[in-house]
Design a protein around this ligand. Structure first.
Ligand code: AMP
Ligand code: MG
Length: 287
């Protein structure tokens, strides 16, 4: 299933067999909680308990790449496996015509973790999704290349608002609405995207590289001479363009079999926080 963030491996959030098949297809080492995708706020309120702050965020950013972690609704049909047995649930409304049409037609929450095998870069085109898990999917919907190319921002609203995963909606946009976000508590089991060496190509990744060394592929950012082995995330230093190109270029560079993939320094403000997060993990720096 295409979304505005990345391609997802979709199944019913209500059906434990479907959810188990998704974990198996991804080869996830453990059962992590998944995001339930729904058509609108009304559908979200059937699976989660919304506070005023939660509702304000939903109204401001949905449909869109913001995932809210909330107390599970007592009558929620989302299966235990999709919530990894927690009494909380992650929910969002995707902003993509195909994903929205699917959530409306299906009329129930849909889990859709990124369609890559566990630990690999997320797929941002149907082709990449097919390469990763296509043989495991019953059907594939082509929605073209993902507009954003980075996963959703995950905010937990259980005690005070916490940023669990930086993503396509920036910290600044959220804080402008609800004030300062606390940091995530380190609990790698709850957050697959927070494990060391996630989003990783086969080649090692070298960060903050002003230029490639011999044998390295290079992901440039900003003005840089084009040439073999060079992919420019954004010649005009545009962070949104870099985000959209990131996973695809990691994949393309990896296919050339370099001794490493060197990546140019990228500013960390705005979307740059999420880009830096994914790059640090693809390099295996974050535990
Ligand atoms: P994915 O569906 O693979 O994009 O990942 C879902 C993200 O949401 C991961 O970072 C999960 O750890 C996080 N998540 C989902 N459900 C919960 C939950 N109930 N509590 C905390 N984090 C969650
Ligand atoms: Mg993922």
């Amino acid at each position: 299933m295409p979304t505005e963030t990345v391609y997802g491996l979709a199944g019913s959030a209500v059906d434990p067999l479907a959810v188990a098949a998704i974990f198996a297809a991804k080869g996830r080492p453990q059962f992590n909680p998944l995001i339930s995708h729904v058509a609108d706020l009304a559908a979200a309120e059937k699976i989660a308990v919304f506070s005023d702050v939660a509702r304000r965020l939903a109204v401001a950013f949905w449909p869109g790449p913001l995932t809210l972690v909330l107390p599970s609704h007592a009558q929620s049909p989302v299966c235990d496996l999709a919530r990894a047995g927690l009494d909380t649930v992650a929910v969002r409304v995707p902003n993509h015509p195909v994903a929205l049409a699917l959530t409306q037609a299906f009329d129930g929450p849909i889990v859709a973790p990124s369609a890559n095998r566990s630990g690999r870069p997320s797929p941002t085109t149907l082709n990449h999704a097919q390469e990763e898990t296509g043989d495991k999917a019953a059907m594939a919907l082509d929605g073209g290349p993902c507009r954003i190319g980075l996963e959703s921002t995950v905010v937990s609203l259980l005690d005070r608002p916490r940023l669990l995963r930086p993503g396509a909606v920036t910290r600044q946009e959220i804080e402008a609405l609800i004030g300062p976000l606390a940091e995530a508590e380190t609990d790698a089991k709850r957050s697959p995207g927070r494990m060391a060496r996630h989003y990783a190509p086969n080649a090692p990744v070298r960060l903050e590289a002003d230029a490639p060394r011999p044998g390295e592929a290079y992901l440039a950012f900003g003005p840089y001479a084009a040439g073999p082995g060079v992919w420019n995330l954004s010649p005009t230093s545009d962070l949104a363009q870099a985000a959209a190109n990131l996973f695809g270029y990691l994949r393309a560079a990896d296919l050339t079999g370099p001794i490493a993939i060197a990546v140019a320094p990228i500013p960390r403000e705005g979307l740059g926080e999420a880009i830096a997060d994914r790059l640090m993990r693809s390099a295996g720096y974050v535990g």
